[in-house]
Design a protein around this ligand. Structure first.
Ligand code: THU
Length: 133
């Protein structure tokens, strides 16, 4: 599956957003090495912090199927905003642990695309290695 195809899958996932408060839909798609695509969308809640971002929803869904970081080939995150939505700080912390540092992350709007990696967008991260004895 190409980058453009995975981005299109993330736009499909975005249709399942539940974002009545922000009106800012986000879709995400995780491609694993067996060719499977796992989807996520942002799901909000009247108790605002209880909601979840699209990329975390997709990654948690992939892990819930039994995939782990070495199975993940790429992650696409899309929105309809005026500019590319980069993962929020909480998502960066989660992605740092659940993705390999060089796994491509495709960020896109209908008009723009950018590829980043966790090593680029969360340098000097706190992670599991810091808790090792
Ligand atoms: N959101 C995401 O799902 N991913 C991002 O990378 C940025 C923000 C969601 C959270 C909330 O539902 C809405 O977008 C507005 O912040």
């Amino acid at each position: 599956m190409t980058k453009d195809e995975l981005i299109q899958e993330a736009f499909k996932a975005m249709k399942h957003t539940y974002s009545p408060y922000s009106h800012f839909p986000v879709g995400a798609a995780v491609l694993t090495s067996d060719g499977e695509v796992t989807y996520g969308a942002n799901i909000e809640n009247a108790s605002y912090p209880a909601g979840i971002c699209g990329e975390r929803a997709a990654l948690f869904a992939a892990y819930s199927k039994g995939y782990t970081r070495d199975d993940i080939v790429a992650l696409a995150i899309v929105s309809n905003g005026k500019r590319i939505a980069a993962p929020c700080g909480v998502c960066r912390q989660v992605l740092y642990e659940l993705l390999n540092s060089d796994t491509p992350i495709y960020l896109a709007t209908p008009d723009e695309q950018k590829t980043v990696t966790m090593q680029e967008i969360l340098p000097m991260a706190f992670g599991p290695e810091d808790l090792a004895e």
